[in-house]
Write a protein that binds this ligand. Structure first.
Ligand code: BG6
Ligand code: MG
Length: 218
């Protein structure tokens, strides 16, 4: 029986994935490392430091830089990102998200947020949808990022829901892998090439509906 839907944030609730890309592009340019939208797909859903490691791997490699320097660069990326997300307003909710949150609430189905971003609470507040979430995972307490199942398990365990009764919604390959590793059903939104493990793939969040959720778990 469907009891919970767990949403990713960046690229699912709002298009902040684009801001992560913008911020990392500035950093990669400064480092003289090539970085484009295709390569950026690998960074989606992974932690800030692992994202920097992946960018370095496209150049001199992750072991070419001291930990101190990496921390400095990761902090700089976050400063750029924080400037960009200040612009977010409720108008930046992706299509279909608010109606889905409302429909889930009406049906008494629990809703959680599984974002490994430490900026997630700020963004959720800017979007004005905090009250629709029964649980928001604390990224600082999640040891292993996606594709490990940890953050999705944290969400459903906190809600007291079994994996069989829960659906995850994601836009990234690592995120879909995390949902499946947690034993949940996965809805992928975005390009199908990155979503092949998902149970259902939607071209856009505007296609999200109770019907989609109930088809996966009735
Ligand atoms: C994820 C994003 O939601 O959060 C990643 O998909 C990002 O791109 C990660 O690296 C960590 O975010 P932050 O805001 O803590 O640097
Ligand atoms: Mg995402």
């Amino acid at each position: 029986m469907l009891k919970a839907v767990v949403f990713d944030l960046d690229g699912v609730i709002t298009d902040s994935a684009e801001y992560h890309y913008e911020a990392w592009s500035i950093i990669a340019k400064e480092l003289g490392i090539s970085f484009d939208k295709d390569y950026n797909e690998k960074l989606k859903g992974v932690s800030r430091m692992e994202s920097l490691n992946l960018i370095l791997d496209n150049g001199p490699g992750r072991y070419s830089m001291s930990e101190d320097k990496k921390n400095e660069i990761a902090t700089k990326k976050n400063e750029i990102y924080k400037e960009l997300i200040k612009k977010i307003t409720p108008d930046d909710l992706l299509p279909g998200i608010l109606p889905s949150l409302k429909a889930l609430r009406e049906k008494g189905i629990k809703v959680a947020l599984a974002s490994v971003s430490k900026n997630a609470p700020f963004i959720i507040n800017r979007l004005g949808v905090k009250d629709y979430f029964d649980y928001i995972a604390d990224a600082a307490k999640i040891e292993r990022s996606k594709p490990f199942p940890d953050i999705f398990l944290d969400c459903i365990n906190s809600l007291g829901v079994a994996p069989n009764d829960a659906i995850g919604v994601e836009d990234a390959e690592a995120g879909i892998a995390a949902i499946k590793a947690a034993g949940m059903k996965a809805v992928g939104v975005g390009s199908s090439a990155q979503m092949h493990e998902a149970d259902v793939i939607l071209g856009s969040t505007s296609e999200l509906s109770m019907e989609v959720f109930e088809k996966l778990i009735s």
